[in-house]
Design a protein around this ligand. Structure first.
Ligand SMILES: [Fe+2]
Length: 354
């Protein structure tokens, strides 16, 4: 039978395309997860479906399982005794671009030296002056709520010379880096780096007054005592109706985010705060330093309390609420907005004033 006598059908076309390693654009569009709606004139409008689920990990669940992990395996069993906060709606990661874990290092243990192209940070929860990370030979102590950076491809090892467990929140751009297939990893071959003198860079940087741009060496540790001073200095400023007050950690060399892929901030919700409904194309991981409240989403409310961690997917409608009428709520947040700003993808929208 000649080709001219075969009926031309879409089904036959797609069968032939498959055999030639070709695919119709209409096939790709039909399989892509996205929200499609039609305007009154029939024009199609497309926007993303939030990637993954909003989810909270409770400190009361984390602590006992960390202790169990310490008994079940020594630090030397793996590079890091870290429990990944796995989003139940994603194949990997805490959001579709970021991964967080809670890590414990027992007294006397060392999480041995390695480096990777993945950018990483730690937000210390339990620690002290004898708990420290060495980054490129710089010894950085890890006191409660200090922020430490290990930018991509920097050697780092973690030490606990104290007599208490050290616990911190890790934040990494793992899913993003893996999606680009850019993951490189080296072990040092030694347990630890030789530390230089203790890190002693000058005052750190917080928006909105970047007065130290051009500093020769950038900070890799943002001590909580300085963060608190920055928060107090902002105390008299107007409260943003979406997010309360925000203090952003910045890289003084660029005036931008602390890591090329991750923005870190502290968010303060004043007593009784109930934020406006908002959404943005960045995804966020939040750790509760103090206070209690909830985030209200289309999928329901997520309540949170001290030391809980929760994830907000990109483009998910949400509203922050502080449950206390007397105490502020203070949260450490990391988000992937630097990636979106770099490529012009960032969008946001919010409820207008009543
Ligand atoms: Fe690492």
């Amino acid at each position: 039978m000649s080709d001219a006598t075969v009926a031309h059908s879409l089904e036959e076309l797609e069968r032939r395309l498959g055999g030639l390693s070709l695919r119709g654009q209409w096939q790709a569009d039909a399989n892509r997860p996205q929200n499609v709606r039609k305007g009154s004139n029939g024009a199609v409008h497309i926007e993303p479906i939030p990637a993954g689920r909003a989810h909270a990990w409770r400190w009361s669940d984390i602590v006992p399982i960390l202790q169990y992990a310490c008994k079940a395996m020594p630090e030397s069993y793996t590079a890091r005794r870290a429990l990944i906060l796995h989003n139940p709606g994603l194949p990997r990661g805490t959001t579709h671009t970021m991964l967080s874990s809670i890590q414990i290092v027992k007294p006397g243990e060392i999480a041995w030296a390695h480096r990777h192209t993945i950018n990483a940070l730690r937000f210390s929860i339990q620690g002290g002056p004898k708990t420290y990370t060495i980054v490129e030979g710089r010894k950085l102590s890890m006191e409660p709520y200090d922020l430490l950076l290990t930018p991509g491809w920097t050697w780092h090892d973690h030490h606990n010379d104290s007599d208490h467990d050290a616990i911190w929140l890790d934040g990494l751009d793992v899913p993003f880096t893996l999606a680009l297939n850019q993951s490189f990893y080296d072990e040092l071959g030694e347990i630890a780096q030789q530390p230089g003198p203790a890190d002693s860079l000058g005052p750190l940087m917080f928006r909105p007054s970047p007065s130290q741009q051009g500093e020769a060496m950038r900070p890799l540790r943002y001590p909580w005592a300085e963060t608190l001073r920055a928060i107090e200095a902002r105390g008299g400023e107007p409260v943003d109706p979406l997010n309360g007050r925000m203090v952003e950690f910045i890289n003084p060399r660029t005036g931008g985010s602390v890591l090329p892929t991750l923005r870190c901030r502290v968010q303060i919700l004043p007593p009784g705060f109930e934020g406006r409904l908002q959404r943005h194309t960045s995804s966020t991981i939040l750790f509760v330093i103090s206070g209690e409240g909830s985030v209200r989403l289309d999928s329901g409310d997520i309540a949170w309390g001290k030391h809980d961690t929760f994830a907000l997917p990109n483009w998910a409608q949400h509203r922050f609420v502080n449950a206390s009428k007397r105490e502020p709520a203070v949260l450490f947040t990391m988000d992937d907005s630097p990636i979106l700003f770099a490529f012009g993808y960032y969008r946001s929208e919010c409820e207008t004033a009543p």
